[in-house]
Design a protein around this ligand. Sequence first.
Ligand code: PMP
Length: 304
Amino acid sequence: MHTFLPYAYLKGSFVEFEKATLSVATHALHYGTAAFGGMRGIPDPQNSRQILLFRADRHAQRLSKSARFLKYDLAPEEILKTLESFVRKNAPTTPFYLRPLVYTSDLGISPRLHNVEKDLLVYGIELGDYLSPEGVSCRISSWYRQEDRSFPLRGKISGGYITSSMAKTEAVESGFDEAIMMNSQGKVCEASGMNIFIVRDGSIVTPGVDQDILEGITRDSVITVARDLGYQVIERPLDKSELLIADEVFLSGTAAKVTPVKQIENYPLPKERPVTEALKKMITSITENREPRYNSWVHPVSLD
Ligand code: PMP
């Protein structure tokens, strides 16, 4: 079980976490008509009265766009303001993960998005490593990522996570740590909650945004940082066979940060991972606001 931050934000006010409850008839619970965000924060290592949120503006923008699919008009500025008050109210003292959710709070029973009440809720947990920083083993999932023609892939829509959940459980129940899903074209897509990269002959390759991936904010950070460090980054369709013979494979995500992959199915990957390690180090340093060049990626929230 997680350690929850003491207050949640629900229906416009802060409530003790245990008292932040919803009706059994909540529309989103039945129809998956919700969308979430996930953002990391840490107490500023240089200032004990300040919290640093990583790429908070981008997370707020993505959640606002996800909300548009639900016909919920919620400006990124409003989301950001709520997240800032949430952080001030909870004043976390350890690394944490914020989970904002836009959802249909209505109690009606028909799958629709018009004429249903919506709400924004936020809660948080203390969060260290989500996956083993030493590396994970992956199974190629028998479940394929959804297609944009039947599912709004540019939103982080709750209902869609049944596929990730089935893929992850299938992987874990067959002895692996994580799942890699293909898209409907049979190309490599992403893991259950992370984007994927490989290193091949010195270049970094990752599926492009036209490959049915979630447009990950960590993915965007990794691509920018890698290019700034002088690596060539190619966004293109990726084949399964390229994964198996890659020099390095890693996953990127808010919870997972940069996590190396040590094995895919029955194919172990090389133990030396210079590119993964360099990127992981840089991303960690940026989140701690130790890299002036990326200062704008770190959103400070003063506790005073
Ligand atoms: N893909 C999926 C399916 C995810 O759930 C996530 C986590 N949000 C990611 C990729 C990575 O996105 P981000 O880096 O924005 O956390």
